[in-house]
Ligand binder design. Structure first.
Ligand SMILES: *Cc1c(COP(=O)(O)O)cnc(C)c1O
Length: 423
């Protein structure tokens, strides 16, 4: 399917209808395990002499189709799906790194990822230096002899900074370490980081890809373009004790990382996606292209309208002419800048909370990327655990409200916002 275009792949990749009894929709294979033909077949599967299904923690036919589709739409050689975006991110780091290793990360991150890197991974001896991604030279300056990955969000949540992926990929390449990009907010429709040199792409499928706010999920896509034999990743070249002496890079070539992530990451950390959720997310992926373009259109119109309201101090949306990230958006997000808008009210923290309490169509909740419009006040919720300094470097000002603009009629959204501002 790889010669087909992205929109076609989102609908067809990975699904051979002859193998599923002719079903046009992808079936839900709700099974925990798979019958082996005989003991020899079972031994071959466990010995990786033959590929096949063993146990749903490792793989499942519904999940397999979702993985093939995600790899096709992002332009990777393989993918693995997880129970959530956070599981995808933590499993990636725990598969790739060991105690004593170091990460250089953008400081503009989803709150949960910031905590993972800043508080939890250091307990396991994996430390992170956070840098200001507006100045790409800070990435090189933070590289140490033990640095083993650079991590960024292509479009930061909630700062809405567009990162110069190509320039950051060059830093990673010069240092022989992989660039890992969380592409959740941008989506594969609007941006494919692999085209700009990324090595591993991660998504929270919970957001725009699922798109309906029904199911958690996460994914890791392997670009297949990183040389794991460069001396910095002995776990890829030395015999693996966890897999009967398998040498990942030698045996698996360009799919070494994604197979290791499945065989060790999913097997040992166990964050497998439920096939039912995979089915829900597949329905979302099939219409992602239509939805994210409409979300982007609505967000641009809503952001423009917000700039004209008296109570509004500032509005951030990378699609707005004059936005700090508008030039980078023109390069990396020419077909739309996704559905998130942030706004600061003149009345500060209290006014932000009041607005959140009085909005009726906008739901006050901790999610983005639903068809319905959502809002949250990050300083008192998602980023509450961060120090004020860390909040500010993540772009979370006290008065900031994060909006996830849905697919409702814009007149209704404007009227709802107007009445909430007056309250
Ligand atoms: C939501 C989100 C995550 C975490 O994903 P979950 O599916 O909620 O675990 C990671 N990164 C970004 C950018 C997100 O928006």
């Amino acid at each position: 399917m790889s010669d087909l275009k992205q929109k076609t792949n989102a609908l067809h990749a990975g699904h051979d209808t002859k193998l599923t009894g002719g079903t046009r929709a992808v079936p839900i294979y709700q099974t925990s395990s798979y019958v082996f033909n005989n003991t020899e077949h079972a031994a071959n599967l466990f010995g990786l002499k033959e590929f096949g299904f063993i146990y749903t923690r490792l793989n499942n036919p519904t999940n397999d189709i979702l993985e093939k589709r995600l790899a096709a739409v992002e332009g990777g050689v393989g993918a693995a799906v997880f129970a959530s975006g956070s599981s995808a991110i933590s499993s990636t780091f725990l598969t790739l790194l060991k105690a004593g290793d170091h990460i250089v990360s953008s400081n503009s991150l989803y709150g949960g990822t910031f905590n993972l890197l800043n508080v939890t991974l250091p307990r396991f001896g994996i430390n992170t230096s956070f840098v200001d991604p507006d100045d790409v030279s800070t990435f090189q300056a933070a590289i140490q002899e033990n640095t083993r990955a650079i991590f960024i969000e292509s479009l930061g949540n909630p700062k809405l900074d567009v990162l110069d992926i190509e320039a950051i990929a060059n830093v990673a390449k010069a240092n022989n370490i992989p660039l890992i990009v969380d592409n959740t907010v941008a989506t594969p429709t609007l941006l494919n980081p692999i085209k700009y040199g990324a090595n591993i792409v991660i998504h929270s499928l919970t957001k725009y890809i699922g798109g309906q706010g029904t199911s958690l999920g996460g994914a890791v896509i392997d670009a297949g373009n990183f040389d794991w034999t460069n001396g910095k990743f002995p776990e890829f070249t030395e015999p693996s004790k966890g897999y009967h002496g398998l040498k990942y890079a030698e045996a698996l070539g360009e799919i070494a990382f994604i197979v290791k992530l499945r065989l060790e990451g999913l097997r040992d950390f166990g964050g497998a996606l439920s096939p039912y959720n995979a089915f829900q997310i597949i329905q979302g992926l099939e219409t992602l292209d239509l939805r994210i373009k409409q979300h982007s259109k609505n967000a641009l119109e809503f952001a423009t309208w917000l700039t004209e309201q008296d109570e509004v101090d500032w509005v951030k949306y990378p699609g707005l002419a004059g936005d700090k990230y508008n030039d980078l958006a023109k390069k990396y997000l020419p077909d739309g800048q996704s559905g998130i808008v942030t706004v600061g009210l003149k009345g500060g923290y209290e006014a932000a909370q009041k607005l959140a309490d009085n909005a009726k169509i906008f739901s006050l909740l901790a999610n983005i990327g639903d068809t319905k419009s959502l809002l949250i006040h990050p300083a008192s919720t998602t980023h509450q655990q961060l120090s004020l300094e860390d909040q500010l470097s993540a772009g979370v000002r006290p008065e900031l409200i994060r909006l996830s603009i849905g697919l409702e009629d814009l007149e209704d959204l404007k009227n709802d916002f107007k009445q909430a501002l007056k309250a």
